[in-house]
Design a protein around this ligand. Structure first.
Ligand SMILES: Nc1ncnc2c1ncn2[C@@H]1O[C@H](COP(=O)(O)OP(=O)(O)OP(=O)(O)O)[C@@H](O)[C@H]1O
Ligand SMILES: [Mg+2]
Length: 240
């Protein structure tokens, strides 16, 4: 299937002449869940932020369904078809659940009420906490709210930076199952994860990033079975 998101030789960073992401190419097809793993400081978040227009792109291209969205202004992302779920502070804690969803859907027109209703149907917890402030939500509920906020604009692609960070193991599976189900419904999801094994087990493909570059890529099962990947990134390294 042709790619919905295509990243070509992307170079990006925070300071001029000091790229952190040094030439990454990747693709994402509809219905795919793709996970990026790699050590701390590899540039995983920087890559996703660069795709989302949050970090300066110094070279290369990002295309969404063939349209160039390189360096897109972040506030235009949702309408262009890309949802971005940041690693932390991804909901407004001083606003209620409903207010958060209203902020996320403010660019919508007549379809807004229906989209909000869809979000509540998909995440019953959000309905239960509709008038509660974001700050009272559990970690898992916050991730569901952040995901709901990304979904209200009906994206074709969702970018997620460590959606399982800080969650209890049982909740991690909950969140990952949601992501898998969204992919199965045709959405394309690109996520960065530290929880490498659990993420790859539910993913179609994966990329291993190190030092600002995608060093290894392949079907998730191949990465899980690769002894080099397993030793370094999947926690099978023996204590010496
Ligand atoms: N706001 C920033 N300004 C300058 N440098 C930054 C900034 N954020 C990150 N960096 C640097 O960019 C490099 C890559 O960081 P990045 O956050 O992309 O890594 P990561 O792979 O997401 O790591 P982690 O697994 O710890 O989340 C690091 O050297 C980091 O110090
Ligand atoms: Mg990161």
């Amino acid at each position: 299937m042709s790619a919905v998101l295509a990243v070509d030789d992307l170079v990006a960073g925070y300071v001029a002449d000091l790229p952190i992401v040094t030439g990454v190419s990747m693709t994402l097809s509809p219905g795919e869940l793709v996970t990026i793993i790699g050590p701390n400081g590899a540039g995983k978040s920087t890559l996703v932020k660069a795709i989302a227009g949050l970090v300066t792109v110094m070279g290369g291209r990002v295309r969404l369904e063939g349209n160039d969205i390189t360096g897109i202004q972040t506030h235009r992302l949702p309408r262009s078809g890309v949802g971005y779920v940041a690693q932390s502070s991804n909901v407004f804690t001083s606003l209620t659940v409903h207010e958060n969803l209203r902020v996320a859907s403010h660019t919508l027109g007549a379809e807004r009420a229906e989209r909000l209703a869809d979000a509540y149907e998909m995440f019953p917890d959000l309905k239960r906490y509709r008038d509660q402030k974001g700050r009272v939500l559990s970690g898992g509920q916050r991730q569901m709210l952040a995901l709901g906020m990304a979904l209200v604009c009906r994206p074709r692609v969702i970018l997620l930076d460590e959606p399982s960070a800080g969650l209890a193991p049982a909740i991690v599976q909950d969140v990952f199952s949601r992501l898998r189900a969204l992919a199965d419904s045709g959405l394309a999801l690109l996520m960065v994860e530290q929880n490498a094994r659990a993420a790859l087990q539910l993913s179609d493909r994966g990329y291993v990033m190190a030092e600002g570059a995608a060093k290894i890529e392949g079907p998730a099962n191949d990465l899980l079975a690769d002894p080099k990947v397993a030793e370094i990134y999947l926690g099978t390294r023996r204590a010496s």
